[in-house]
Design a protein around this ligand. Structure first.
Ligand code: TXA
Ligand code: MG
Length: 328
């Protein structure tokens, strides 16, 4: 049974407690309904991808209640402060360099050094963010490939009981996803058109904004414009043993894996050995993926050898990312 609750002080509190417990809550924003999870909880964020059936780990928008909370997560520059002052709260997302040690799961940024942040204006979204007291990662609350949900019934139809609770508050006003502006580099780049027009942003900034629409908008060029994280050392997939000098990214047991020419994987030094999930749990593996790739991405390693990961459930998205990494 899908758990749909009408908005009230009580249901918002219940939703906040579910978020804090690592569960998924669909909630209204002024743009579309979001599928929310505690952005600091890697496993909860992994569940978002699982519930959406997304075959790829695209980065997610992290929602916060106010500028102060946003400044704890990302590095603001003068342009960012100016547009944020005009457009937040509202249907507008900023991509900025992530702050070191901000404890947001790597899965939110898909391993990139930047993070997408947004302050929604919808009263219920704001109340939920206040009550949950954690940043909430939320893509649109629909299965991958279906239409974005602008009413609670859309969410229920699309996600069913993959979502632990739907906080229902009627249809969304804007009905179109937020505008995504990348201010992480010198030139402002519009990555997704949305509730706020490019002309409006150019008017505020007093300069030209380039537009590079990503895969959400032009499905003909999936992944072309979105930058993807890839380690700087080579990645070798489907490893059943190691070459000397390789680091190991294991999945399941690595107890019996050998090193060609002699030695055992289990005796590798800590810097050369990580296990995505010793229990072969794909959700745990997804939560660990980017962090562990970063850990092993060191010049002293000839390559990162990755054990086989099943092509089912979250394994599809994990393998997609590993194949991109292996292509360099
Ligand atoms: O209106 C919205 O923005 C809704 C509501 C729920 O807030 N959320 C939403 O999220 O549309 P999602 O995951 O469907 O879209 C996030 C967009 C994608 O186009 C993604 O590629 C981009 O933001 N994005 C997120 N983080 C990024 C990053 N670090 N660099 C570049 N693009 C990023
Ligand atoms: Mg979407």
């Amino acid at each position: 049974m899908v758990n749909i609750k009408t908005v009230s002080a009580k249901s918002i509190q219940e939703a906040a407690e579910l978020i804090q417990a690592g569960k998924l809550v669909a909630f209204p924003t002024e743009t579309v309904y979001g599928l929310g999870a505690d952005a600091t909880n890697g496993q909860a964020v992994a569940w978002v991808f699982e519930a959406k059936g997304r075959p790829q780990f695209n980065p997610l928008i992290v929602h916060v209640p106010d500028i102060k909370a946003a400044e704890e997560l990302v590095e603001f520059n003068d342009m960012a402060r100016l547009v944020a002052g005009h457009l937040w709260p509202g249907p507008f997302t900023l991509i900025l360099p992530a702050k070191a040690g901000n404890n947001i799961s790597d899965l939110c940024s898909a391993g990139l050094p930047t993070l997408a942040v947004r302050i929604p204006s919808h009263k219920v979204a704001r109340d939920l963010l206040q009550a949950a007291a954690v940043p909430i990662a939320a893509p649109s609350a629909n299965r991958s490939g279906s239409l974005s949900p602008t009413a609670p019934a859309h969410v229920a139809d699309s996600l069913g009981d993959a979502v632990h609770m739907i906080l229902a508050a009627g249809p969304c006003d804007v009905g179109l996803e937020s505008t995504v502006l990348d201010l992480s580099e010198e030139t402002p780049v519009l990555l997704r058109p949305g509730g706020i027009t490019k002309e409006r942003i150019e008017g505020i900034l007093g300069c030209v904004v380039a537009d590079h629409f990503d895969d959400d908008v032009s499905p003909k060029s999936p992944g072309q414009l979105l930058k993807h994280y890839a380690p700087s050392v080579p990645v070798r997939l489907g490893a059943i043993d190691l070459e000397p000098g390789e680091a190991l990214l294991a999945f399941g047991s690595d107890q019996f894996m050998g090193i060609r020419g002699g030695g055992a994987a289990k005796d590798l030094p800590d810097h050369a050995r990580r296990n995505l999930s010793a229990e072969s749990d794909l959700c745990e593996a997804a939560a660990n993926l980017f962090k562990m790739l970063h850990d092993l991405d060191r010049d002293e390693h000839k390559a990162i050898a990755v054990m086989n990961i099943p092509e089912t459930g979250l394994g599809v998205a994990i393998n997609d990312r590993l194949r991109r990494a292996a292509r360099g």
